[in-house]
Design a protein around this ligand. Structure first.
Ligand code: NAD
Ligand code: 6OD
Length: 488
């Protein structure tokens, strides 16, 4: 059987590159070839941006809000109708367990269209009456207009979820998009093109170009003069490169970047819930979640017991093939990423950390040896300034450290250049609210983790991002206000 091809999606057509160039998309489960992916050069990026611009001034731009809303509901319904196709595509690229993709990634892919369709149906507008200098009268009202052609640059960890988290609001607000999915996970973005065409989204509204970052599709797109704004999720240093790329044209950016998130566990917590919550925060999706917890602080009286329980919990989680219903942990995204994570495992060992569990590569059946498998790992005993405790690893690992009081743990938690998320486990709600107001993060969970209401503001402080998206907050980035002043 010939290897499937993943093509660009431009003006509702699946197209190869003019250069004929392809790159390999390999499964992180066993290294098998999933597809050959067309690699965009400047001509494909030019074509995608031109298609997006034409659609903006064409049929898409002439739709009423209700017509857009109906189409986006249609997109969500079609994703749900093709749920299994999306699931298979996402799992083929990422190796994540079916159970996780079924619970999280694919439903959120659909929900991201419905939620923002609902948001734009109910946007109020401002209105002011004024006196004119000659004693007459005028009125002012604000129109919310789309920003234009939005570049969406997406990462590989939650590919459909994070891409649609940007495409949903962008389209709901009347923009058109050119998406550059991660080179590791091109499949669901391509599949979404089929959905758009099927439900009747006009050609050019949703475009996808595949390729890499620097000197490839990502950079060609962010430098393109036809792009009106860039929304990006990924590493902080990539965000810095994108900011430079758009600086000369002074284009706005919305950035969701890296994190080194603290998990804080007080002795009065619901112990089992805290163990379960921290285990999910540290290890779910094989630790490849920007909101994940890589620094865990546990109040001293329960420290030993907590570490033992966390170890027992993660050791009970089965690594395995995605389709196996018992599988909780998949592989990392790639051999290259595993090298990076193993580098931190090695640094922790060299620095004398206590390796509570894991620390290396697990034994796997022969057919999985080509995959990016890794052991979930817990350390204790590292100094607060060690790179393992300070840098984002993005793997299934955490360092656990005892603390003695609230002031100390607040200082430790905030001692980071990042500011994405924190999770606090306690039954003392006064203390919880106090910490929530003092932790320097964009999202603070109390007795929960990754619990999301999509109407809330989402984003990071410090090096973890610029801007907030979610609910009406997304309107700030995806629309502009135009004031209309009418002399009566
Ligand atoms: P990455 O920055 O390496 O890549 C993200 C995307 O940017 C990819 O599509 C890549 O091809 C593209 N890219 C790379 N260099 C580029 C350039 N110079 N110009 C334009 N595009 C470029 O990130 P990743 O490895 O895919 O994802 C993991 C990172 O993403 C982690 O740091 C994680 O914390 C972060 N992340 C953050 C959030 C959040 O909400 N804050 C969510 C998910 C992931
Ligand atoms: O839930 C979301 O909307 C979101 N942006 C999650 C980010 C997860 C990071 O890996």
């Amino acid at each position: 059987m010939s290897t499937p091809q993943t093509l660009h999606f431009i003006a509702n057509e699946h197209l190869p590159s003019q250069s004929g160039r392809f790159f390999d998309n390999r499964s992180p489960v066993d290294g098998r070839l999933v597809s050959r992916v067309a690699e965009a050069g400047q001509p494909e990026v030019d074509a995608a941006v031109a298609a997006a611009r034409a659609a903006l001034h064409g049929p898409w731009g002439r739709l009423s809000v209700q017509q857009r809303v109906d189409l986006l509901y249609g997109v969500a319904d079609e994703i749900n109708r093709r749920f299994d196709d999306f699931l298979q595509a996402e799992v083929a690229d990422t190796g994540k367990p079916h159970a996780l993709a079924r619970r999280l990634d694919i439903p959120r892919g659909a929900a991201n269209f419905k939620v923002f369709a609902d948001v734009v149906k109910n946007v109020p507008s401002e209105f002011f009456e004024m006196a004119t200098p000659d004693g007459g009268q005028a009125i002012n009202y604000a129109l919310r207009v789309p920003k234009g052609v939005i570049a969406v640059i997406a990462p590989w960890n939650l590919p459909l979820l994070l891409m649609t988290w940007k495409v949903g609001p962008a389209l709901a607000c009347g923009n058109t998009v050119v998406v550059k999915p991660s080179e590791e996970t091109p499949s669901t973005a391509a599949l979404l093109g089929e959905v758009m065409a099927k439900v009747g989204v006009p050609a050019g509204v949703y475009n996808v170009v595949h390729g890499f970052g620097p000197d490839s599709a990502g950079e060609f797109l962010t430098r393109h003069p036809g792009i009106d704004a860039v929304t990006f999720t990924g590493e902080t240093r990539t965000g810095a490169a994108i900011m430079k790329a758009v600086a000369d044209r002074v284009r706005p950016v919305s950035f969701e970047l890296g994190g080194k998130n603290p998990g804080i566990v007080f002795a009065d917590c619901d112990f089992d819930a805290a163990v379960e919550g921290i285990a999910r925060a540290a290890f779910e999706n094989t630790g490849q979640v920007c909101l994940g917890t890589e620094r865990v602080y546990v109040e001293r009286p329960i420290f030993e017991r907590f570490v033992a329980a966390l170890k027992a919990k993660v050791e009970s989680w089965k690594l395995g093939r995605p389709e196996d219903p018992g599988t909780v942990l998949g592989p990392l995204i790639s051999a290259e990423h595993r090298q990076k994570v193993l580098g931190y495992y090695e640094q922790a060992r060299a620095a004398g950390a206590t390796v509570v569990t894991g620390g290396g590569v697990p034994e796997v059946p022969a057919e999985l040896v080509g995959g990016a498998w890794i052991e979930p790992t817990i350390w204790t005993g590292l100094p607060d300034d060690h790179p393992v405790v300070r840098e984002e690893i993005f793997g299934p690992c955490c360092h656990v450290r005892p603390f003695d009081d609230e002031a100390e743990v607040l200082r430790l938690a905030n001692d980071t250049p990042y500011g994405l998320a924190a999770t606090v486990w306690t039954r003392d709600l006064q203390r919880a609210h106090r910490l929530a107001s003092r932790l320097e993060v964009g999202v603070c969970w109390i007795n929960a983790w990754f619990l999301r209401d999509l109407r809330t503001a989402f984003g990071g402080s410090k090096l973890s991002g610029i801007g907030r998206e979610g609910g009406v907050h997304s309107l700030e980035f995806y629309t502009e206000l135009r004031n209309v002043c009418v002399r009566l």
